[in-house]
Structures are given as structure tokens and as C-alpha cells.
Design a protein around this ligand. Structure first.
Ligand code: ARG
Length: 570
């Protein structure tokens, strides 16, 4: 797929090249968009052909241009030195793009290129009974968007929440719960209670170091399947998950599997055995490690026999390959874990698994809180919910000022508040550190979610009025011929035409921000069009409404891929 205009120009160039005897040439990949629009809408540089045709590039450009007359879509072909420049016919281009979008509807931008292939995404993955910190929020938002992007390209996706549900902290919690736990509070407000227990444990352990030993013993009992310990552990896990679930629901996220670290207790032994049989394990200060070239050795088993985060990740990766035969396995985890993944992949490579090449660490930077200081600084699940609640609350106030008549204010405030948090995250390259500021994230005219959603609502409202005036019948809208072609309309149509390629690029680069930024450009183009031209009550109303409908379609699809709702009014 890709851009239909680009494709058209490429096909024409390919035909012309065939006449010159060149069959195998990546025309589409060579075509450029000239930096100065006065030079044309597309340009084909002939430098690379010089070697193939053994002619000066300027001459090739001349010869090609002679074979490339105008057609329905191409209005004029010019030569400037080694470049063949193409000028599109504006009305025809607008019509072509709008027709394509309206006829494909939600399918526009989707493809089947990934059909038969599987992407496994390991994302969110908070630790039970420990804070769900902003890093987990970023992982959740980015992973969720990547899953939707790959799905829209026909891939089968598997969303895994690799819960941190095993480890020595459970020994501490069990001990603290037995000593200081409040069962009713655990049911009512589990994360807060678990956090308090965790904090309390550490306070008490300062004066009473014996607690640490008790905790180790409790964890050992848990590992050995002790009944009471297992019951408490699974209760902590269940209650924490229920809390996380509330956040996931608000973000529209679901998982296909919650198999976390605890799921690999048995498989891990097998993995260690396998490493041993292959002679990859070496002893280092009583611990077992795998030596790696150019990296610190990967710790597999501690002196006391306890296995580690990395060991569990090895077992999990092997299990996932056996189960899903994935084409890609993405670990959406913060940049500080880069070394961890290099080590895990390094060990898998030494074990001879060729599919390690399909594993990728999708890293991202920190979120810094700007003016978004929150009252609760202890628990981060609470923090996260508070962040969403405050965003929604602030949006409610803004809506109250801007549009007090709005129906369904509650639902829309939720969409916009949550959308603002997501968009703020996804509008930058994921590896960048981002700042969360209310002023920035909620600015209805800034590079924000609310701005994009507002533009969508504006388009929806125009269409409703068009319907009232009888210009639209139900879902169908005529793309009346010859009504479009003003510079702003043409610019908007070209932007709309780019969308499918933007989705491809977002997938290739694993960068939802490609889509977020495209939506911002699209909204700016749309708003220039909207401010430059009246729509209803003009002779071009029909054509312009069709362009509005096409824009609305692309904004909606793009927001969906980011995990953001598209309100019909706001
Ligand atoms: N639970 C880990 C943490 O909070 C993240 C897990 C990421 N996934 C993985 N397979 N290691 O740091």
C-alpha cells in the first residue's frame, strides 16, 4: 500500500523507465518530496540511474520527462537539472484522495501485510505489591499503541502483562502482614495496605534485623509451596491485579496473558539445567553466571540458590517461542533496563536460539513531573489514578467554561482527560525523557490530545450541520467533482494521503509518535482550511464536506491507534 499519489507517480515513472530498458529499480523509494513546493509535489532524481544507463543524470531526466506526459492526476512534468518534477492536478488529487478514504472508511490505513505473522508484546508488567510507577504507565501506553498499530497491519498480536509477582519482597509482605496486617483494609484498599506493610516492614527492620531473616524464611516457604504463604501470596496478587484492572479499563487496555514471573518457577529449573548441559554456566563467587562477550556476565543463580529476574526472563522467552512461534517479541520496558535485555538476549544467543534476532527491547525515557505535583506521593497506583482523575477534573472545568451546554459532559471529560495523558506521552520519540505539565498537556490549542480531539469534534459538528441541510444522506456523502482544489484543500488532501505510510513507518520504527505528530500536522492543515474557507452555504459545500468527512475518518483511525477516544462533540 502506501500513498496513492506517490504510487501513481511511481507507476508512471516505472513505465517510462521500462521504455528506456530499466526494469529493476526502486522507483517508489527514490521519489522525493521537494523541499520547496514550487518545484513540484514530487520529484524523481536521476543520479542513481546514471550508472545503470551510463549517461549523465541531467540527460536521463530529459529523456524520462519526454515519455511522461500529463494524465488525469499529473498536470505537468518539469525538468530541473537531474530532477523530474511532478505537479499534481489539484482538483483531481483532492477527489482521488477523498474518494479513497470515504470508500475504505475504517479500513483506510490498514493492510494485511502482517497476515500470518505474530507479534508478542510484553508491556505494562508492574510489580505486585510494589508501586506502579510512571515507567509502567509509559510501558502500558506505548505497548498498547504498538499492539493496535501491528494489529491494523494484519499481524496477530499477543499482549502479555509480565507481572512482577515473584521475589523476596513477598517474604517481607507475608511477615509484615502476619504482624501488622489489617484484613479489612487489605480488602478495601489493597495497594495502599500492601504499600504500608512494605514501608512498615523496612522501618521495623531497621531496629529489628531479625525480621529480614524471617522474611527470607517466609519467601523460602513460599517457594517450597507452603500452604499459608501461597494463600497469602495469591491473595495479594489477586487484589493488586484488580486494582491495576481499573487503570487498564480506563486506558482501554486488555491483556491476553497475565503470566508473570511466578509462572516460570518450574520452567526456570529446566532452563538452568539446559545452560548447565550446554556448558554455559560458570561459577563466580559462589554464584552461577553466563559469561558474555563485551558485557558483564549474566547472573543466573545467586549464592543462596535464589534465581533472578534474568533467569525468569530466559525461561519466559523460551516458553513464548514454543507457544507462539513469534515473528517479533517486543519488551516495552524503560531504558534503564537496557543492560538486562542485552544480557538476556546474549544468553539466548549463546544457547543457540536463532529467534533471539526477533527479540527487541523497545526502550523509553523517563517522565518528569512538571507542575503536576500530586498530594499522594506514596503509592504510585494511587498516583496514577490521581493523575487521571485530576486530568479529567481539569478538563471538566475547561468544558464548563467553553461549552456548558455540552451533553454527556462526564463521558467526554473522561475521554479528553485520559486522552491528554496518553497523547502527551506518545507525541515525543519514546526514547526522549518527557515532562508532564498540566498547562502543556491540556492546552486545547497546543500540540495536545485535546487539540486533536477538538478538531475531530469540530469536523463531526460540521457534518451534523451538513446532514441537517440535506447535503449528506446517512453515511453517504458525494465527492462532487471539481469542487475542491484550493491550496488549503490540496495541502490537506496530500496530508491525508500520507496516512497509510505514516502507520507503516510507526510500525517499522516502533514509534507511535509518528502517528501522533502526523495527527498534529493534519489538524493544523484542517484548521487552516477551515479558517480560510466557508463550508456550508457555498457552491462547494458538498465537496468540502466530503473533505471534512475524510479528515474526521483519519483523525479517528489515528487516535484509535494511539489508544485515544474520538469524541463527536466537546
Ligand atoms: N516488572 C519489571 C519492572 O517493573 C518489568 C518487567 C518487564 N518485562 C520483562 N519481561 N522483563 O521493572
Amino acid at each position: 500500500m502506501g500513498n496513492i499519489l506517490w504510487q501513481h507517480v511511481s507507476e508512471r515513472v516505472e513505465q517510462a523507465l521500462a521504455e528506456l530498458g530499466v526494469e529493476e529499480f526502486d522507483v517508489a523509494g527514490t521519489i522525493e518530496v521537494p523541499p520547496d513546493p514550487n518545484l513540484g509535489d514530487y520529484a524523481f532524481p536521476c543520479f542513481q540511474l546514471a550508472r545503470i544507463l551510463r549517461k549523465a543524470p541531467d540527460r536521463i531526466a530529459q529523456e524520462l520527462a519526454e515519455k511522461l506526459g500529463p494524465d488525469g492526476l499529473i498536470e505537468r512534468v518539469d525538468v530541473v537539472k537531474a530532477y523530474v518534477n511532478f505537479f499534481l492536478n489539484r482538483p483531481a488529487t483532492c477527489e482521488r484522495v477523498v474518494t479513497e478514504i470515504l470508500s475504505r472508511g475504517d479500513e483506510y490505513g490498514k493492510s494485511q501485510m502482517g497476515s500470518g505473522r505474530t507479534v508478542v508484546l510484553d508491556f505494562s508488567s508492574p510489580n505486585i505489591a510494589k508501586p506502579f510507577h510512571v515507567g509502567h504507565l509509559r510501558s502500558t501506553i506505548i505497548g498498547h499503541s504498538l499492539a493496535r498499530i501491528f494489529e491494523s497491519l494484519g499481524y496477530t498480536t499477543v499482549r502479555i502483562n509480565h507481572l512482577g509477582d515473584w521475589g523476596t519482597q513477598f517474604g517481607k509482605l507475608i511477615v509484615a502482614y502476619r504482624k501488622f496486617g489489617r484484613p479489612e483494609r487489605l480488602q478495601q484498599d489493597p495497594i495502599r495496605e500492601l504499600l504500608d506493610l512494605y514501608v512498615r516492614f523496612h522501618q521495623e527492620a531497621e531496629t529489628n534485623p531479625a525480621l529480614e531473616d524471617e522474611a527470607r524464611a517466609a519467601f523460602k516457604a513460599l517457594e517450597d509451596g507452603g500452604e499459608e504463604e501461597t494463600r497469602l501470596w495469591s491473595e495479594f496478587r489477586r487484589l493488586s491485579l484488580e486494582e491495576f484492572e481499573r487503570i487498564y479499563q480506563r486506558l482501554g487496555v486488555h491483556f491476553d496473558s497475565h503470566q508473570g514471573e511466578s509462572a516460570y518457577n518450574e520452567a526456570m529449573e529446566e532452563t538452568v539445567k539446559r545452560l548447565e548441559e550446554e556448558g554455559l554456566l560458570t561459577e563466580s563467587e559462589g554464584a552461577l553466571v553466563v559469561e558474555l562477550e563485551g558485557l558483564p556476565a549474566c547472573l543466573i543463580k545467586k549464592k543462596d540458590g535464589a534465581t533472578l529476574y534474568a533467569t525468569r526472563d530466559l525461561a519466559a522467552a523460551i516458553h513464548r517461542y514454543e507457544r507462539y512461534q513469534f515473528d517479533h517479541l517486543f519488551y516495552v520496558v524503560g531504558a534503564p533496563q537496557q543492560l538486562h535485555f542485552q544480557q538476556v538476549f546474549g544468553v539466548l544467543k549463546k544457547m543457540g536460539f536463532p529467534w533471539v534476532e526477533r527479540c527487541e527491547h523497545i526502550a523509553f525515557g523517563h517522565i518528569r513531573l512538571g507542575d503536576a505535583q500530586l498530594s499522594t506521593r506514596r503509592g504510585n497506583v494511587i498516583f496514577l489514578e490521581e493523575l487521571l482523575d485530576q486530568a479529567v477534573e481539569r478538563v471538566r472545568t475547561i468544558i464548563e467554561e467553553r461549552n456548558p451546554q455540552l451533553e454527556d459532559k462526564e463521558a467526554i471529560a473522561e475521554m479528553v482527560g485520559v486522552g491528554a495523558v496518553i497523547f502527551n506521552d506518545l507525541s515525543h520519540n519514546r526514547i526522549k525523557d518527557i515532562t508532564f505539565d498540566w498547562e502543556t498537556a491540556l492546552n486545547f490549542d497546543g500540540d495536545t490530545g485535546p487539540y486533536v480531539q477538538y478538531t475531530h469534534a469540530r469536523a463531526a459538528s460540521l457534518l451534523r450541520r451538513g446532514e441537517e441541510e440535506g447535503l449528506i444522506q446517512g453515511e453517504t456523502i458525494d465527492v462532487a467533482t471539481g469542487q475542491l482544489g484550493e491550496p488549503e484543500e490540496f495541502q490537506l488532501a496530500k496530508r491525508l494521503a500520507d496516512y497509510p505510510q505514516v502507520v507503516l513507518r510507526a510500525a517499522e520504527e516502533r514509534e507511535p509518535s509518528e502517528i501522533a505528530r502526523h495527527l498534529l500536522d493534519l489538524c493544523r492543515d484542517f484548521n487552516s482550511f477551515y479558517h480560510a474557507h466557508r463550508i456550508l452555504g457555498t457552491p462547494q459545500a458538498q465537496g468540502r464536506l466530503a473533505l471534512v468527512a475524510a479528515t474526521k475518518q483519519v483523525i479517528k483511525s489515528g487516535l484509535y491507534l494511539l489508544g485515544i477516544a474520538a469524541p463527536e462533540a466537546m
